[in-house]
Design a protein around this ligand. Structure first.
Ligand SMILES: [Zn+2]
Ligand SMILES: [Zn+2]
Length: 695
């Protein structure tokens, strides 16, 4: 019997590891290793821990060192690469390692649920069938003569630009970040798949194994891409990873990746932290998308971690977008990223849609819809083509008010209006989820004639029904798709051609190719032009380009030219001019110039400290103290200010912005600063975000 000291990370806000004693007996033939899970006593509880160090001695008083209850040997230990990834994320985003590493692993594994793990392992190993194999058997499409993947992809002929992109990625033998800048419909997915194929063949030929990680911004997009990937690689094991998987599915897929059985892992942002021992290529689709940023807990950017991971492993990473983030574009401009441009639509017959602006000052809207947009809708209905109306505001009306006394439907718990949801006859706060019945009369003066102000998707839907009683109209937004699977059903019905007019929020802007869609109308995008958030115009441009891309995928198939019509009061605005010319490059150049002169990212690096309290004064006071806690040479700490939506659910919120022209200087300051803040033992809730996206 001899003594081993294990250093254990635990999921706790305490930024430290804990020493435990491990007694090796004759029964314990397997020695504990770094990267294995353990069960340990922690205070009065027993918790899961992860071994991060194996030592002979400890600095802790031997009397105080407790004993490990159990070391879990069911799975291969997590690799040092994976541990380093979590370590980097913890350091960079200023969180304890245990809070990063433990939640990144399925619960059953951490907690050593032996039966579930064994069940899952049995399913992924041995002669059981992958989803792909099952699908092949069902449809009898498996071409048994094929021993390589090649034949399944050969049907898609790449154009010159696509081929060049594939060759560049596949030729990479070290870390390189490729920015695949391709207009909507230019066939980025084909580039991903062909590059993946080339890389798999190259690696297999050299006798090595390969895994590929593909990140997508939205769960709704995973089934579509999963089908494409499975069809292209019928012999490979493709698994998905996103938050809507059941515990069992997540465990099975996670283990398949960890044990090297999954060849391709397709997932949303959380998949970036999966264990992939043979990772050889990472693809980040729609890299500009805001959903790659986790907004609570560990506030990480999955895209940025993907790039770090690629560099660590000396492998290529591909960032794809029609409207890259300004940061990525800047890196391509300076040569840090390698730009690969796709400027043509992949399907030869598909044309780029024409973008037109409707001047709302001249073409007066009725119920939010201008006559020229209605005329365009009518034409499509007459021709049996589909139209999409985009309005990024759900509910019936954003606010109700009383003309007689000026009452307005404020949320009593938030600095926000309560939104009218007419079909449900409810006022709802979109920030704290408070719900009230719609009042019969003004709560202040009793006036029975209270009115909705402004419009959301429900109101436009109602109006469309009166205008086009014969048309099949479908609304897709967070309200209409609450039930699990209902979003997929809705999109399927559009694909089947069961819908004439599709109306929706940003949910409809992403990824879906509707074959018979020849008109996209954009209602009321102007508010974003005057937002306090300096990223609002970048986001609006990306969103409008994306929604515009839904049109014209196969317009000439249905015999017409596809069109995008944007209703605006500011038709001269440079953003709309750039949109009309579909000129991302020009738009990005002007944004970079503005950011440079204003001293904003990517020319400076930021961190944001947020505080929450019962009163605004308390929150501001905490931030004022934080500001003066440590000397901060090379860093500008602005004055604390209330957040734009100051109160949410009765809690007042304020923030403190830190800026530096050097990322290293900022990082060097944050660690001791966080330590000092933790030691201040303030009872306020506070959090830090590095590289914040919403300021
Ligand atoms: Zn009133
Ligand atoms: Zn509220």
């Amino acid at each position: 019997m001899h003594n081993t000291i294990l250093q254990i990370a635990i999921d706790t806000p305490l930024d430290t590891t804990f020493d435990y004693r491990y007694l090796a007996s004759t029964e314990n033939v397997e020695q504990p290793q770094i990267g294995q899970f353990v069960r340990v006593p922690f205070g009065k509880r027993e918790v899961a821990g992860l071994i991060v160090g194996v030592n002979k001695t400890s600095d802790v008083d031997p009397e105080k060192i407790r004993e490990v209850i159990e070391v879990r040997h069911q799975i291969t230990a997590l690799s040092s690469h994976w541990m380093q990834l979590c370590e980097f994320a913890a350091e960079y985003y200023q969180r304890p390692f245990g809070e990063v590493a433990l939640p990144a692993v399925p619960k059953a594994l951490r907690e050593g649920k032996v039966a579930s793990i064994e069940r899952a392992l049995k399913k992924i190993s041995g002669p059981t069938k992958s989803k792909n194999e099952e699908a092949n058997e069902k449809t009898k499409t498996a071409d048994t003569a094929n021993t390589s993947e090649t034949a399944h992809l050969a049907t898609h002929t790449l154009n010159e630009q696509q081929q060049h992109a594939v060759d560049s990625i596949a030729a990479t033998t070290d870390y390189a970040c490729h920015l695949l800048f391709g207009i909507t419909g230019s066939g980025k997915t084909q580039v991903y798949l062909q590059a993946a194929k080339a890389l798999l063949e190259k690696t297999n030929a050299s006798g090595q194994r390969a895994q590929i990680l593909i990140l997508v911004p939205e769960i709704n997009l995973t089934p579509q891409l999963e089908n494409q990937v499975c069809a292209s690689f019928p012999r490979l094991n493709v698994v998905s990873m996103h938050s809507q998987l059941s515990e069992g599915e997540r465990l099975r897929n996670w283990l398949a990746a960890h044990e090297g059985r999954a060849d391709i892992v397709l997932g949303t942002r959380l998949a970036v932290l999966s264990s992939l021992p043979h990772l050889k290529l990472i693809i980040v689709d729609e890299e500009h998308d805001a959903s790659y940023k986790q907004q609570e807990g560990l506030r990480y950017s999955a895209r940025d971690l993907a790039i770090w991971r690629a560099r660590q492993l000396a492998i290529p990473v591909v960032l794809g977008s029609a409207t890259p983030s300004i940061e990525s574009w800047q890196h391509a401009e300076t040569g840090r990223y390698k730009r690969l441009a796709l400027t043509q639509r992949a399907a030869a017959q598909a044309t780029v849609p024409r973008v037109g602006l409707i001047d709302m000052e001249r073409d007066k809207a009725v119920e939010g819809l201008c006559p020229s947009l209605l005329a365009a809708l009518r034409e499509r209905l007459a021709r049996g083509e589909q139209s999409l109306l985009f309005l990024n505001r759900r509910g019936y009306a954003p606010v109700m008010h009383c003309d007689a006394c000026g009452w307005i439907s404020n949320c009593r718990r938030c600095t926000a209006f309560m939104v009218l949801h007419k079909p449900e006859r409810r006022l709802r706060c979109h920030h704290c989820s408070l719900e009230l019945r719609v009042p019969q009369s003004c709560p202040t003066c009793g006036n029975v004639d209270i009115q909705p102000l402004g419009r959301g998707t429900q109101r436009v839907e109602e109006h469309l029904h009166t205008l086009f009683p014969e048309a099949r109209i479908l609304r897709i937004d967070a309200d209409s798709t609450r039930r699990k699977g209902s979003a997929q059903e809705a999109f399927d019905s559009v694909h089947r051609g069961d819908v004439d007019i599709l109306l929706g929020t940003q949910m409809v802007a992403k990824g879906h190719d509707f074959q018979r869609l020849t008109l996209v109308g954009v209602i009321n995008p102007d508010t974003a032009l005057f937002s306090q958030d300096y990223r609002a115009s970048e986001r609006l441009f990306a969103q409008l380009m994306q929604v515009a891309g839904r049109a014209g995928r196969a317009a000439s198939d249905v015999g017409s030219v596809s069109e995008v019509l944007v209703q605006t009061r500011y038709p001269q605005h440079p953003l709309y001019r750039a949109l009309m010319n579909q000129d991302y490059t020009g738009f990005a150049a002007s944004v970079l110039e503005e950011r440079h002169s204003a001293g904003l990212p990517p020319f400076v690096f930021q961190a944001l400290l947020r505080a929450e309290a019962k009163t605004l004064d308390k929150a501001l006071e905490f931030l004022t103290t934080a500001k003066t806690l440590l000397a901060h040479e090379g860093i500008v700490i602005n004055d604390p200010v209330p957040m734009t939506i100051t109160r949410v659910a009765g809690v007042e919120r304020a923030q403190l912005l830190l800026e530096s022209s050097s990322r290293a200087v900022l990082q060097a300051f944050l660690k001791p600063w966080m330590q000092a803040l933790r030691e201040s033992k303030s009872r306020l809730r506070w959090s830090l975000e590095v590289d914040p996206v919403d300021i």
